[in-house]
Design a protein. Structure first.
Length: 265
């Protein structure tokens, strides 16, 4: 991003936020909290190709959400001694509680800025995995992995409101400002076409000894078309320099210095 000169390579920044939503994986339906997506895009003016550049910590940050029914809902009842012994101990809510957190599992791909202004078209491919946390599940229990992720392909379920604003580098609104931001707001986003792999690493020894029990009760793996994601009231902002060529060869660095003041404000 910093090396984008503004002539051969043009950098833009993308940020999207949804305050709530829902996700259905196999037979499990959960309400989600806030989800934030942020990444950079570098477009080569000679070839027209674009490359997504994620933050070092991953492009997506999801708020932790509780799985309805906890571990009782994920594994119990069971006639298998190992699992039934665990089920008998779940009278304490702290032991039963299962928290799920969406995490990045690779670099987003195929970002289409035009699709973000329409409904019914894939905006970006986002590889994720879901961390399931509970004392009996260990610390490495995931739905999806970096090698076999869940790939979400969100699209606008309704037409977003489209607006454009200009800013100075310090964030002051200015119709002739250095920065330009496209705002896409007031719509829901979702995906009903993704597949979900089975869990891995679930068990007190993190060896996967409880994988089969969780998969059996939650109907995982789950084929494409049997799962669903809805992001309520999504707001997506795409911003960059209004005239990147005028800032060459330091356009990427100037955008970096101004992004949070002007574009993500």
């Amino acid at each position: 991003m910093l090396a984008a000169d503004g002539r051969t390579d043009i950098a833009i920044c993308v940020a999207s936020h949804s305050g709530s939503g829902s996700i259905k994986l196999g037979s499990t339906l959960a309400t989600t909290g806030a989800n934030d997506l942020q990444f950079g895009v570098v477009r080569n003016t000679a070839t027209g190709e674009s490359r997504v550049v994620p933050p070092a910590g991953g492009a997506i940050v999801g708020a932790a959400t509780e799985i309805p029914g906890g571990l009782l809902g994920l594994m119990c009842p069971s006639g298998i001694p190992l699992v039934s012994d665990i089920c008998k101990q779940l009278t304490d809510n702290s032991l039963n509680r299962v928290v799920a957190t969406v995490q990045s599992a690779g670099t987003p791909r195929n970002f289409d800025v035009a699709a973000g202004m329409q409904s019914g078209k894939t905006i970006v491919d986002i590889p994720v995995r879901i961390h399931l946390e509970n004392p009996f599940l260990g610390s490495k229990c995931y739905i999806g992995t970096t090698s076999e992720p869940i790939v979400l392909r969100p699209q606008n379920l309704t037409q977003p409101a489209v607006a454009s604003k200009r800013f100075d580098a310090d964030g002051t609104p200015n119709t002739a400002g250095l920065l330009n931001r496209i705002e896409l707001t007031g719509n829901d986003q979702g995906d009903a076409g993704f597949a979900v792999p089975g869990v891995s690493g679930c068990g007190p020894l993190t060896l996967g000894e409880l994988n089969w029990a969780v998969n059996l009760k939650t109907a995982l793996p789950s084929a494409a078309g049997k799962n669903n994601l809805v992001l309520n009231n999504a707001a997506t902002y795409t911003g960059g320099l209004a005239s990147p060529g005028a800032a060459a060869p330091n356009a990427g660095r100037l955008l970096s210095e101004s992004w949070h003041a002007g574009v993500a404000r």
